[in-house]
Design a binder for this molecule. Structure first.
Ligand SMILES: [Zn+2]
Ligand SMILES: [Zn+2]
Length: 345
């Protein structure tokens, strides 16, 4: 019997894949050989072609978000091709290229789901956080939360659309009809949002880390009419500001930069504490709001819009095995645009 179990284990381990996992500690992923997931009912197995590296991954790995699955395979900007389909999975054909975003499951029954706000679902589950993600050779996902991807993008180019693009787009919608728009933190999300905003005839003002001349140049190259340090005020008051950097001190700075009635939208999942500020900064019907996650409606809208603009993504590729180096480069702001992991072919 023991011998049979050993043999089964051996044959299971033959169907193993390489993954980068968050195990007991924090801060560093560990290379591991793990079983290839089996897609359950209505789920699909993807051979991962590329997976974007999002700031949220950094928050998960650094222990800034509570209770991630352990061990966890991070990654929620997954581009892959369908390698197998579970029972009842019919939405995509074998070999089709699909994308998997952060929202991996919503219940469909709670008040938020009923209101079309599944991003706030009480029972939502998130890819690369409560569900294993794409820092691996294979990933499984609920087909109802996967999307066909526009053909004009390569696998690597498409990856950042799936979170930086989708959640950036949701944040942009919260700015309403703002004509002048401040973007605080000019990373993966802002570099996509700037292109959408320009397409919508808005004027983009980019705020970067003080002294970061490379990011200011990058913002101007994408059509920002002004780019300056985040502690500076723009030449004229803004209609709205989107904050992508996880820095609470930017909230009062952005309130100072928006006109009466203007909005400050916090687009990240985690932010350091917001320092005290005088009520006069909020006065004049200015408002502060957060953006949580995404809905599938956001994904459908954005993935249809992006190729029409067309949004171009700036990417820096890392091999999957260098996931820690990619996260560290993001932590230190070492590249423009988005980092993307590519598994061995
Ligand atoms: Zn729900
Ligand atoms: Zn993300």
């Amino acid at each position: 019997m023991v011998r049979a179990a050993k043999a089964a284990e051996a044959s299971a381990s033959a169907a193993a894949m390489f993954a980068m996992r968050l195990e007991a500690g924090r801060g560093t992923l560990v290379p591991a050989a793990v079983p290839i997931p089996r897609p359950g009912p209505k789920r699909i197995l993807l051979r991962v072609r590329a997976c974007g590296v999002c700031r949220t991954d950094l928050h998960v790995v650094d222990g800034e978000l509570p209770d991630p699955k352990r061990p966890l395979i991070p990654g929620h900007e997954i581009v892959g091709v369908v390698a197998a389909r579970g029972r009842g999975a019919v939405k995509f054909r074998l070999g089709q290229r699909v994308g998997v975003p952060w929202l991996g499951h919503a219940c469909g029954a709670c008040r938020w789901c009923a209101e079309g706000r599944e991003n706030l679902c009480d029972a939502a589950r998130f890819t690369g956080y409560q569900l294993d993600g794409g820092y691996a050779e294979y990933a499984a996902a609920d087909e109802d939360f996967c999307f066909a991807l526009p053909g004009r993008y390569s696998d690597v180019e498409a990856a950042p659309l799936l979170c930086a693009g989708l959640i950036g787009y949701r944040a942009l919608k919260q700015a309403g009809d703002a004509e002048s728009l401040g973007l605080y933190g000019f990373g993966a999300a802002a570099h996509i949002v700037a292109q959408v905003a320009r397409f919508q005839k808005r004027r983009v003002y980019a705020f970067t880390r003080p002294g970061d001349a490379a990011s200011r140049r990058f913002a101007r190259s994408l059509g920002a009419v002004w780019a300056g340090d985040s502690d500076r005020e723009p030449p004229r008051p803004l209609d709205a500001a989107l904050i992508f950097a996880p820095v609470g001190a930017l909230v009062p700075a952005a309130l100072r930069a928006v006109r009466k009635g203007g909005a400050v939208v916090c687009a990240g999942i985690h932010m350091s504490d917001i320092p005290r500020f005088p009520y006069s900064l909020l006065w004049g019907e200015r408002r502060i709001q957060s953006v949580a996650n995404l809905t599938r409606g956001d994904a459908r809208e954005f993935l249809a819009l992006a190729p029409k603009i067309p949004v171009r993504t700036r990417t820096t590729e890392f091999p999957l095995s260098a996931a820690n180096e990619a996260l560290d480069a993001l932590r230190r702001g070492r590249f423009e645009g988005a980092a993307v992991l590519v598994p061995p072919r």
